[in-house]
Design a protein around this ligand. Sequence first.
Ligand SMILES: Nc1ncnc2c1ncn2[C@@H]1O[C@H](COP(=O)(O)OP(=O)(O)OP(=O)(O)O)[C@@H](O)[C@H]1O
Ligand SMILES: [Mg+2]
Length: 255
Amino acid sequence: MLELNGISQSFGGLKALSDVTLSVPEQRIVGLIGPNGAGKTTLINIISGLSHPTSGSITFAGEHLHRTAPHHITRLGIARTYQNIRLFGDMTALQNLIIAQHARGHASLLDAVVFAPRYRREERDLYQHAEMLLERFGLSGVAQIAAGNLPYGDQRRLEIARALATRPKLLLLDEPTAGMNPAETRALGEQILRLREDGIAILVIEHDMSLIHQVCDEVYVLNFGQIISHGTPNEIKADPAVIEAYLGSDDDASA
Ligand SMILES: Nc1ncnc2c1ncn2[C@@H]1O[C@H](COP(=O)(O)OP(=O)(O)OP(=O)(O)O)[C@@H](O)[C@H]1O
Ligand SMILES: [Mg+2]
């Protein structure tokens, strides 16, 4: 479904990614782990079109993505969440989901004026879909609360619901359980597994190894911009190169 081939990214003199080759097959959950600063978020930024790689190629569902704009990538069926939550804090939880769906809505402003019935039908569908997502993530009770006033765990779940509102085929999650307690993390893992059953492919960046073991079919390990290991969660856990990368890093020895 998603194929990255030889992706490299430099920022000035810093090589953030070197020759990264990775694929996310249809309906699979693929993990991406690695110490802080390894280049994980940089890779998701490239897939979602926020930045363009120095070299390498990306294909998604058979289509070549070359300097493709983020909104076009959304329309092709790729959605993401952010490591630092990016909700509209002043808007309610429900409004955040409605707005996100407009990113790929079909009724234009002209439709709204000239073809009012079609527009109203789409609006109704948007609300129904948003309410379904809120319910799914246990957020129905906070639908009318401003996103910025929600507890942190709710904001994380709303961030995922917002990504799903665009009806993606591939979902990119950047540390979805950051700040969650073990019970919340486990419950979110179950939600992620349900998304795979719904036919969505997922690439998930995570420091929490319990979540990686709970949900991932396969895992890539990134260290200093390079893939140093790839396999099942158990395989990468036993790989000496992975153990070395984590023990060699001061701030992540516990991961
Ligand atoms: N826009 C940018 N300009 C310059 N350097 C950048 C930029 N974005 C990232 N970097 C650098 O690239 C490297 C990889 O950063 P990245 O955010 O991808 O790491 P990460 O694996 O997501 O880390 P973390 O686990 O801390 O989130 C870091 O050295 C970072 O400082
Ligand atoms: Mg990151």
